[in-house]
Design a protein around this ligand. Structure first.
Ligand SMILES: [Zn+2]
Length: 246
């Protein structure tokens, strides 16, 4: 069994926040990215659980919603409420762009909501946890406006499965990357995981935090990086600590 396991990105997934981190896991970052979930994180105050609040690009908008009205609600009510919560947060996330849902939530609107949250993160000196599906060109352009190597509190590309080329240019902006078993079983995710620096990698479950899932991710990372699973877990532990350092 591996020591020093960390989960860079998990969700409460119906479980109790009191049970985090589970046995065998040293620390985790629990993400509440829909307004209805924010209250679930409020009561947590343990150094082993990092609190990540944000508005996901999906934003809970259905195909039947008036998107103009929804955006107005986000800017007038949800973002101010999020900003209050950030006073006790360790990071903003998961936030970003998702090309799969552009028919329901227009990409231009996603960009505005994303940029507003990056601005809030910068104002509070918090790192950002990034979700990106498709739209990597737009993502890189927005991130370049907020980050340069070594500046600010940094950002983490969660469920990283961008091309090795995109990963290299994000790394120049100071990116961290986290991988779960799902990404590592895809060709692109495995290539990305093989390419990024050892001082940039983390592991994640993107669901209910569990030692078993993190051990599987460490084993897959070890295979693509020609390292041992223990070396991967150690590197991820150090990177977790420096990223979630607030
Ligand atoms: Zn997630």
């Amino acid at each position: 069994m591996l020591e020093r396991l960390t989960d860079a990105h998990c969700h409460l997934s119906g479980g109790s926040p009191d049970s985090l981190p589970p046995p065998g896991v040293e620390a985790c970052a629990a993400c509440a990215c829909f307004a209805g979930e924010w209250g679930d994180l409020d009561g947590i105050s343990r150094a082993s659980v990092k609190k990540v609040y944000g508005i996901h690009p999906d934003a809970g908008i259905s195909a039947l919603d008036d998107v103009g009205f929804a955006e107005e609600q986000i800017f007038s009510a949800l973002l101010p409420e999020l900003d209050r919560r950030l006073a006790s947060a360790d990071a903003v996330g998961e936030i970003g762009l998702d090309a799969r849902i552009a028919g329901r939530v227009p990409l231009e609107m996603q960009k505005r909501v994303f940029a507003a949250q990056l601005e809030m993160a910068r104002a509070r000196g918090l790192p950002a946890v990034i979700h990106c599906v498709g739209g990597w060109g737009a993502m890189c352009e927005i991130l370049r406006g907020f980050f340069s190597a070594g500046s600010g509190a940094g950002f983490l590309i969660h469920a990283a499965s961008c091309s090795a080329e995109v990963a290299a240019s994000l790394e120049k902006l100071g990116a961290y990357f986290s991988f779960g078993v799902r990404e590592l079983s895809s060709r692109r995710g495995a290539e990305c995981a093989a390419r990024v620096g050892a001082d940039r990698i983390m592991m994640e479950t993107d669901g209910g935090c569990s030692a078993a899932s993190l051990e599987n991710a460490a084993a897959s990372l070890a295979a693509v990086r020609s390292a041992s699973a223990a070396e991967i877990a150690d590197a991820a532990f150090e990177n977790f600590r420096s990223f979630y350092s607030k």
